[in-house]
Ligand binder design. Sequence first.
Ligand code: ACO
Length: 394
Amino acid sequence: EKKYLQLITTLLEKGYFPGLEGVPVAKSSISNIDGDKGLLTFRGYPVQELAKHGSYEEICFLLLKGDLPLLEERIELTEDLLDHKELDDSIAETIVSMDDDLHPMHMLSSSILQLQSADAGCFNVENYQHNLNRAVQLIAKFPTILGTYRKQDPNFAEGETFDSLARYILYCFNEELAKQEKWINIFEQLLILHVDHTMNNSTFSVRAVGSSKASIYASIATAVNSLSGPLHGGANERVIKMLEEIGDPENVEAYLEEKINNKEKIMGIGHRVYQTYDPRALYLKENIIPRIFNEQSDVDPELDNLYQIAKKLEKTALDKFADKDIYPNVDFWSGLVMRAMDIEPKYFTTIFALGRVIGWTSHWVENMEVKNKIYRPKQLYDGFNTRHIIREEK
Ligand code: ACO
């Protein structure tokens, strides 16, 4: 009720809802957030439990179908995903021919649209089973698109066999680490933490585009573009750049002061729905970061320096923003994890997308099942009154 009162107040004061803040736009049973308690659940299960005990395939099954799989169901889905990971030759060639200055997120979104050309039936969006199959096939192809582009080789995994999606996805980014169970486990948890997050900007985009009955490819390509922005998933890449720019823990205080004075945003800090620590960020900080920085004796000094800067930045930001309920979000710690895995920063947001594609496709499928209402909000017109072209008689 308090939230609805806030909405009414906003409407009375402003006449509209900037950024749709607090406006419910859809019913969904996929994920849920309690922003006061810092609770995130997927189909009812706390994200921390899923990260700790689940696999990428199990979470994929859970989100798409509503419940955790039986053993045979998990094996079947794993086989299905691994069987569908290949790209058509022409699409793989197109990916390799793309300019390597293109940001991987933009390469990813345009490659997803390429996939549509190889799927003539994709405009029929009314059949639940077809939609589900397409979702699985698209999830399976995401890592291959990225691996093909990153390695500039359509046959980059030729002759290799994979027993899990997490191992395959990691192989696309770091072949050596994909042989080590510890790193596969860390990477799989990172992917699971990113799988879904209610009506965030990219998921909203999926549902808005999908509500016009656009194909899964059109809808998911849009979501990738939305995620690429620095205020959304693109923040993880910027966090590492920011830590590098700060350069030394000693510089943190002055850096923050300057940003605050210039009214600039600190990357990886703040969230629309959490009034407390983002549970995904907390999980990384408490469960993953110590496995990288405290348990390993051979941490690269440059990486360790970034970690020291991050710790100081977190502490200083928490102090400075104590009265505003602003805390680190998932992007604050995920960049360091990926940096520790020797993944190039320009690929960080694609790793986020590799987790989130499970949520996006689940929302697209769910959206096709509900009584559809095309997304068509209102604007508050703020332009000229009607006027007319006045031409001098020749
Ligand atoms: N640095 C400094 N101040 C901040 C920050 C930040 N990162 N985030 C919020 N604030 C301040 C704002 O200046 C504002 O202060 P004011 O009320 O005095 O003007 C107040 O907190 C509210 O901020 P808004 O930007 O209005 O909050 P909104 O809900 O619209 O934005 C967002 C949320 C976009 C995440 C914002 O916190 C931000 O830009 N953070 C940095 C980028 C980032 O880390 N994005 C990743 C988000 S998580 C994700 O997508 C996975």
